[in-house]
Design a protein around this ligand. Structure first.
Ligand SMILES: Cc1cc2nc3c(=O)[nH]c(=O)nc-3n(C[C@H](O)[C@H](O)[C@H](O)COP(=O)(O)OP(=O)(O)OC[C@H]3O[C@@H](n4cnc5c(N)ncnc54)[C@H](O)[C@@H]3O)c2cc1C
Length: 373
């Protein structure tokens, strides 16, 4: 059997690719080392922010807007709520580049945002304490996605539509034979006309030359009452502060999830991604931020460890190697990729059909790391 597309790594991006390619009528094999969704990749912890007025740069906005449409469509296909439009509050000092980028992205794409002073924020959400030299941009139509649930639905939809799935089976090597991509696993060798490599944190085991660095990250849930809940219109947030860059979600069941985006520990092996609490700063990295800006949030209830696949400039890698146009690599999502998983899966499905991407992917090319040669 020769597949139209083999997906190596069926987590966030790979699960979406498996479904969209199968939905498009292709003969697809999805492979994963584990059984997605699972706790050993980058996609666990129930929720992921989706921001539209993108602080990481306006080049991401067309992608995220298409991603949102695909998430909304997935919700219809799944018959279950995956998207919570609770709004996202982007917070930072007046002069923060991130806030300036959010405003720039919003203006360029005419997105619905509200610029708020520190006083405006504290009046509307008295849970926040912001210094006077801070401001915020509120995105009422953004929010968060139920990440593991979305992956489960992609995998179920793909399977029901006839996609072959080989899980709990690590890929051990990738090669080429004539016109075909060759994938070696413990369960045998598979061949396809096109290949998607979406293997997340440990992609370098398969593609050692890729400039991707695994980073251990933690996140945790803190005691927070109904004032911090979605019912009470407490929004999700991203905050650039003197204490670090933090993100969080409305409290669910009296527990508010917060993580720190910067920092973390570079790791070289999966064993080094030790559980929450094994590094001294795991439990304390949010304390100063919480005490200063969300003083009504209580003690840490529990936390978890996860990992990012960092590219050198924290921008995505969406490209084919120069010598192999049959292979698409989607990697280096650098801790902000889940919201894009739907559109990245769709890009991979179009690639498998031999179509050009409707998006400008040059900012995400591999050649940007060539040192300008
Ligand atoms: C704590 C944390 C918070 C985050 N918050 C946000 C957020 O709020 N918003 C946002 O947009 N993004 C966020 N992200 C980032 C986002 O979750 C990731 O960018 C995204 O999930 C990565 O998708 P992926 O498909 O590349 O990786 P994964 O979902 O990890 O999938 C990779 C898959 O490849 C498999 N695999 C690896 N090696 C092999 C092999 N050799 N053979 C077979 N299979 C293999 C793995 O088992 C895994 O299932 C966060 C990440 C973390 C860790």
């Amino acid at each position: 059997m020769i597949y139209d597309l083999i997906v190596v790594g069926s987590g966030s991006v790979g699960a979406a690719a498996g479904w969209y390619a199968t939905e498009a009528g292709l003969n697809v094999l999805m492979i994963d080392a584990a059984l997605p969704p699972h706790q050993t990749g980058s996609h666990h912890g129930q929720t992921r922010l989706i921001r539209h007025a993108y602080g990481e740069g306006e080049r991401y906005v067309p992608l995220v807007l298409q991603a949102q449409q695909l998430w909304d469509r997935l919700e219809q296909q799944a018959g279950e709520r995956l998207m919570h439009r609770c709004g996202v509050l982007n917070i930072g000092p007046h002069n923060a580049a991130f806030i300036a980028n959010v405003l720039h992205s919003a203006a360029r794409y005419r997105l619905n945002v509200e610029k708020l002073s520190a006083d405006d924020v504290m009046q509307r959400w008295p849970q926040w304490q912001l210094p006077p030299d801070y401001s915020a941009v509120y995105e009422p139509e953004s929010g968060f996605l139920k990440c593991e649930l979305a992956i489960s639905h992609y995998i179920r939809l793909a399977k029901n539509a006839g996609c072959a799935q080989l899980f709990n089976c690590p890929v051990t090597a990738l090669s080429r034979s004539g016109d075909l991509e060759v994938v070696d696993t413990a369960e045998g060798t598979f061949r396809g006309r096109r290949l998607l490599v979406s293997a997340g944190t440990w992609v370098k085991k398969l593609l050692p030359a890729l400039p991707v660095t695994p980073l251990r990250k933690v996140f945790a849930w803190y005691q927070a009452d109904g004032r911090y809940s979605e019912n009470n219109r407490f929004p999700a947030f991203s905050a650039e502060t003197a204490e670090g860059q933090f993100y969080g979600f409305p409290a669910d069941n009296n527990a508010l999830k917060i993580g720190r985006h910067d920092g973390g520990q570079i790791i070289g092996h999966a064993d080094e991604r030790t559980p929450f609490g094994t590094h001294p700063q795991d439990g304390s990295e949010t304390f100063a931020f919480l005490r200063r800006m969300l003083p009504g949030v209580g003690v840490c209830l529990h936390g978890e460890a996860c990992s990012y696949d960092m590219s050198p400039d924290e921008d995505f890698i969406i490209d084919s190697p120069a010598d192999n146009p049959q292979r698409l690599i989607i990697s280096g999502l650098s801790g902000h990729g889940f919201k894009f998983a739907s559109v990245l899966g769709d890009i991979a499905a179009r690639f498998a059909r031999g179509e050009n991407s409707p998006f400008d992917l040059t900012p995400f090319s591999l050649t940007r790391f060539d040192g300008g040669e």
